[in-house]
Design a protein around this ligand. Structure first.
Ligand code: P6P
Length: 337
């Protein structure tokens, strides 16, 4: 890959840094290290089956989910890279019960939250999976506080994901633009292939696990029907696509235009997706790209999490159809459904 029009992830990050004269370079270094961790994880993902990384470890994580071998590898890789980056003071992972504090002598100015391998139930069937991350400034120069991590998503200063799909792409936002970088396996470098990604304003795809319909709140089925009713005998305007890997479903919708929903489950009265390290990073990306993300009752990024592994309902994607979902929620709430 060469030519003046193609720039690397590091070149892009440094260009952005130059727009902030007071920048110390720590965020640039941190984002670069995230990219390196992504390369290390994708190297293992791409060899699943050739090396003994299929299957489960036999452990159950804090979520009560079976830990896949690649979950453990991705989690340990991310933690090690961030711990040694000198940019991070604390981190929170889907796979870790508690916040991980970096020793003071190695700590930096940032806090990172992440799902090291989202969609890992898809590993053994060769379906796209990914890493999701969010970055915050630490709240206090010396101590790690609860509010360093348990905080609303609108305080993020950067967020992104790495999707291990037909190619490996790193997509991140600094709050100004959303930019996508494709990993070139021959050079080991990420190249800017999708600058300034914008969420299309038309929904072409709806993503939801239809098998949960018996447990949906009353507003969900009518909402889905309203979206599907845009199709007519002559033209299909909306299709259903649900990979079962949030990061892959979101990435497709960000490029093609779509809405993803994981509503509250009426049996448990809670959602499945985790607020801090799944919903909020993607919500920050969605909003920066001109889309939206909601719990149904309100803006996802305004939600005040109460604990590290809080879950919520998530509706994310094309802004008009996220807002339409909120309209349905209000209508059915008024009808007492
Ligand atoms: P279900 C993967 O485990 C995940 O957290 C998301 O990536 C995905 O969207 C969701 O769960 C799928 O859940 O209940 O449809 O299998």
């Amino acid at each position: 890959m060469s030519g003046p029009q193609i720039i690397t992830l590091t070149q892009h990050i440094l260009r952005r840094q130059r727009q902030h004269p007071s920048a110390t370079g720590q965020l640039s270094a941190l984002l670069t290290q995230v990219g390196v961790a992504g390369k290390m994880i994708q190297a293992q993902v791409r060899r699943a089956g050739l090396i003994e990384v299929w299957g489960a470890t036999g452990e159950t994580n804090v979520q009560g989910e079976t830990v896949q071998k690649l979950d453990r590898i991705a989690n340990d890789t991310f933690i090690d890279m961030l711990r040694r980056s000198a940019c991070v003071a604390a981190m929170a992972s889907e796979e870790e019960h508690e916040v991980i504090e970096v020793p003071r002598e190695m700590a930096g100015d940032y806090v990172v939250v992440f799902d090291p391998l989202d969609g890992s139930s898809n590993i053994d069937v060769n379906v796209s999976i990914g890493t999701i991350f969010g970055i915050y400034r630490r709240c206090h120069p010396d101590d790690i506080l609860r509010r360093d991590v348990i905080r609303p998503g609108h305080q993020q200063i950067a967020a992104g994901y790495i999707v291990y799909g037909s190619s490996t792409m790193l997509v991140y936002t600094d709050g100004v633009t959303v930019d996508g970088f494709t990993l070139d396996p021959s050079s080991g470098e990420y190249f800017l292939t999708r600058p300034n990604m914008r969420m299309p304003d038309k929904t072409r795809v709806i993503s939801i696990n239809e098998c949960n319909e018996p447990y949906w709140p009353a507003w969900v089925a009518p909402y889905c029907d309203a979206i599907k009713s845009r199709n007519d005998a002559d033209k299909r305007r909306v299709s259903a696509r649900h990979i079962g890997s949030l990061v892959a479903d979101f990435h497709r919708n960000l490029i093609s235009g779509g809405v993803f929903l994981y509503p509250i489950d009426a049996r448990t009265r809670r959602g499945k997706l985790r607020v801090i390290y799944e919903c909020n990073p993607l919500a920050f990306i969605a909003e920066t790209a001109g889309g939206a993300a909601s719990t149904g009752e309100g803006r996802m990024l305004d939600l005040e999490p109460q604990s590290l592994h809080d879950r919520a309902a998530l509706i994310i994607g094309t802004k008009s159809d996220v807002e339409l979902a909120e309209t349905f929620v209000r209508r059915y709430a008024q009808e007492g459904a």
